[in-house]
Design a protein around this ligand. Structure first.
Ligand SMILES: [Zn+2]
Length: 256
């Protein structure tokens, strides 16, 4: 392909958006944006690839098309970098196959089919203080908007195992079905927390949705049983979208 001839940025943006900012290969559908940590801008890892080559001699070149048609959004398929290699090198794939991928990727989701969330939910912790007999920690549930649009009203629910010394069942947030004699699971939602945590998240940005402080004493550590291998479960929901559920054992993300 002649490197001088390419789709305009507007064309690429429009095609990427129509494909949901995901690779159009139906067996891939990888998100093609991610935050650039250094600049806090969105980094595009997608490629607007030509279905039929821009120049004679290129893969699937169609001599019947005008130069305008070759550079039109109809001839542009949005792919991740891996799949774009297929289209630029593998001439065994016909233009019809790529056209079918494009049509499938750009078909609007019907109202009864829930859309997939472009949200990454991360559970992590930090150490607040380490004393010989008591370690204080803080747990975070962070949300990262991987999509192209602003992340609107949402809720985050968290279930967390804990050890409670007295009458855990008296707590309104207690989850009886997941609790036993030594481990009490509590339910925490960001709806119960302060309003600013429900702020919108712009594309590529990360926000902390929930923070919980907790501690481990020497006594709890000694009698921990399977407390730390119980999963912490965070569920991100917003209307019309599939919820994102992340389940991690405490020991999967925390060193004790
Ligand atoms: Zn792909």
């Amino acid at each position: 392909m002649n490197p001088q001839v390419d789709f305009s940025q507007d064309t690429k943006n429009a095609v990427a958006k129509k494909a949901g900012v995901r690779c159009s290969n139906p067996t891939c559908r990888k998100l093609t944006t991610g935050p650039d940590i250094k600049s806090s801008r969105i980094t595009t890892v997608g490629v607007g690839a030509p279905i039929t080559a821009m120049a004679a001699g290129g893969p699937r070149f169609n001599a019947k098309l005008s130069p305008e048609e070759r550079q039109s959004p109809q001839n542009c398929i949005w792919l991740c970098q891996n799949c774009a290699r297929l289209i630029s090198s593998n001439i065994q794939y016909s233009a019809e196959i790529f056209q079918a991928w494009k049509t499938h990727a750009e078909t609007p989701l019907t109202s009864d089919l829930q859309q997939e969330n472009a949200t990454d939910v991360e559970i992590s912790y930090e150490t607040i203080a380490l004393q010989p007999n008591k370690h204080d920690y803080r747990l975070f549930v962070k949300l990262r908007n991987l999509g192209a649009g602003t992340l609107g009203p949402y809720t985050v629910d968290l279930e967390m195992p804990a050890r409670v010394m007295e009458r855990p069942d008296q707590n309104a947030l207690y989850v009886p079905a997941r609790s036993n004699a030594t481990t009490s699971v509590f339910y925490i939602s960001n709806e119960q927390l302060i309003a600013q945590l429900k702020e919108e998240i712009t594309p590529g940005n990360t926000k902390v949705a929930i923070t919980i402080t907790y501690f481990v004493t020497a006594e709890i550590y000694r009698s921990r049983g399977n407390l730390f291998s119980q999963p912490v479960k965070a569920t991100f929901s917003r209307q019309g979208f599939q919820p994102v559920v992340v389940e991690k054992k405490l020991t999967d993300f925390q060193e004790f």
